[in-house]
Design a protein. Structure first.
Ligand code: FE2
Ligand code: FE2
Length: 196
């Protein structure tokens, strides 16, 4: 059977079929938005980047022990294109797979995945509870405090930025910009009028 390019709608219903946890859905939407932003910035295929971002943690709720491997299995059954599957699996490089990110899309996914978590956590402790008025500087402050959002692996983000030839602050700004596009949906619109 020929591989068909999955639509955003198909990807989202597949995501919801395997994930009921609201936090995981929000994470998927955040990563999707960031990938879309980065694709636009690079003149790349926004739909493709977005769909891959949306589906990247498909198996995480039900099969955390088989993370990435189970997603691969599901997407093969769903007849997804090989390049989409490879991109999704490569975000677990060095953690749960040995598929190394090679192209820009894969490197961006690898670099921004953990960063969306750090940015969300940083937004929630700000007076505005918002990403709308947030700057990279606030995230860099929290970056140094290893006990803050301790689950976020800073080494992976650094490695990802290095792969892309970017400064971490530049990467942080891109992630903030992407997350702003879905601030409402991911619960990070907050109240930017509240300053502090
Ligand atoms: Fe993951
Ligand atoms: Fe993720």
């Amino acid at each position: 059977m020929a591989e068909v390019k999955p639509s955003r709608e198909e990807a989202f219903s597949l995501l919801k079929k395997y994930n009921k946890n609201e936090g995981l859905i929000k994470h998927a939407l955040a990563v999707e938005a960031v990938l879309r932003y980065c694709a636009r910035k690079r003149g790349q295929d926004e739909e493709k980047w977005g769909v891959i971002g949306l589906i990247h943690d498909l198996d995480y709720e039900q099969f955390p022990e088989q993370h990435c491997r189970k997603t691969e299995e599901i997407l093969v059954c769903e007849n997804w294109p090989k390049e989409y599957i490879r991109a999704v699996v490569s975000h677990g490089w060095g953690i749960c797979t040995d598929v190394e990110p090679q192209n820009d899309l894969e490197k961006v996914l690898y670099a921004v995945d953990e960063l969306t978590g750090l940015i969300a956590a940083t937004a929630l402790v700000r007076p505005s509870k918002s990403v709308m008025d947030m700057k990279a500087k606030s995230v860099k402050k929290k970056w140094k405090d290893k006990s803050f959002a301790a689950g976020v692996n800073r080494d992976i983000i650094e490695k990802g930025a290095e792969m892309l030839g970017m400064e971490v602050s530049e990467l942080i700004t891109d992630v903030i910009m992407g997350m702003r596009d879905v601030a409402e949906e991911i619960g990070l619109r907050g109240n930017p009028d509240v300053s502090g």
